[in-house]
Design a protein around this ligand. Structure first.
Ligand code: ZN
Length: 361
């Protein structure tokens, strides 16, 4: 498939950020550094799509031949705009896909609408897949007896389509300093109207007697591609995620420091981390025997469903149905959140999860 505007050029280097040029059209582009790597996926998985879903369902009921095409287009743009300022790149890429469908395709109005309805549903489903990928491959609290490589291979066995993703990569002359993408230089050249191309090129590479500073980048056109790229960077770098001890949402462990809380605002002004710092004074998460016991039961069930205990052997284990497992994990997430928020006691947490788990024995 040909690359058409809008799209993004993404440079990775050894920093914990993605260097992204968002190319809106031939004349307009913006540069942004996205980090820490992994935050984009975590935020995508935690994104509340319910308003967008409602909007898309409403569009679905419109019969194309009788509808005003302009109204439908507006509807899709409104759906996309519900994500504005809520996610670092989801808005850009979804908007790009809508723009391309309406302006750069030879599809009929009916086909355009059908394609976009499919596309949005595809992303709602993709949220499930990426949540599973985070838990399966990178969550520090589950499958701890397996290495990251084992976990990644097992995840790919479960999602064969996933391994067939391909990204388009290209080379460009880029400002590089000691193997890093040199943003200070880049920002100097940010205003195209003021750029003296000759000087820029000299600056990028001062001595023409040597090789040109070519740097590989990815040409990213869709939300799916950037999610895939970011997940691969996480797997490659061994970037882990964890559930916050207070709000229970995922956050990225950007460095080796021990962290139990995320930086999101919790119920008002303060962040989970700020509230957690006080709480921790009284009780450490690691000393929480209820959560430890919960995690033990959770992990056992998890291994059982994915038949991890039979990994590498022919041995059969008692199998749970997918539906049964889904209901069980939803229940487990609910009671874990209720416990973290102080709505139920530790005894209740264990009692509830044990009851539901025993049903499957
Ligand atoms: Zn939190």
């Amino acid at each position: 498939m040909e690359i058409t505007y809008p799209f993004a050029k993404v440079f990775t280097d050894s920093t914990n950020q993605l260097n992204v040029f968002f190319l809106h059209d031939t004349e307009h582009s913006t540069f942004q550094q996205l980090g820490d790597i992994g935050t984009g996926i975590v935020d995508f998985c935690e994104l509340d799509f319910s308003q967008v879903q409602k909007k898309i369902q409403a569009l679905e009921t419109i019969a194309v031949p009788n509808a005003c095409l302009e109204g439908i287009q507006t509807g899709f743009y409104e759906a996309v705009d519900l994500l504005k300022d809520k996610h670092s790149y989801a808005h850009f890429f979804l908007n790009s896909e809508v723009v391309r469908t309406f302006w750069a395709s030879d599809k009929s109005a009916e086909e355009q609408m059908g394609y976009l309805l499919f596309l949005f549903q595809y992303y709602f489903d993709l949220q499930q897949v990426y949540s599973e990928a985070l838990e399966f491959c990178l969550n520090t609290q589950v499958l701890i007896e397996h290495t990251l490589s084992e976990r990644y291979v097992m995840f790919c066995n479960l999602h064969p389509n996933f391994t067939q993703h391909m990204l388009r990569s290209m080379y460009g002359v880029a400002p590089i300093a000691n193997g890093f993408f040199d943003t200070s230089k880049l920002i100097q050249f940010d205003n195209p109207a003021e750029v003296d191309t000759k000087r820029v090129l000299q600056n990028i590479h001062r001595d023409s007697g040597y090789a040109v500073s070519m740097w590989q980048y990815f040409a990213i056109q869709s939300l799916e591609e950037i999610l895939y790229l970011e997940l691969m960077e996480m797997v490659k770098r061994g970037t882990r995620v964890k559930r916050c001890a207070l709000c229970d949402r995922y956050f990225v462990l950007a460095d080796k420091r021990r962290r139990d809380y995320c930086d999101r605002i919790y119920g008002g002004k303060r962040t989970c981390k700020q509230i957690g710092a006080k709480k921790k004074f009284n009780q450490s998460i690691e000393d929480d025997t209820y959560l430890q016991e919960f995690q033990r039961i959770y992990n056992r069930m998890y291994s059982r469903f994915y038949r991890m205990d039979a990994w590498g052997t022919e041995r059969q284990t008692n199998k749970l149905t997918e539906e049964g497992f889904k209901t069980w994990t939803e229940m487990a997430s609910k009671v874990r959140l209720a416990y973290k928020q102080g709505e139920i006691s530790g005894e209740d947490l264990i009692k509830k999860i044990s009851e539901k788990t025993n049903e499957h024995d």
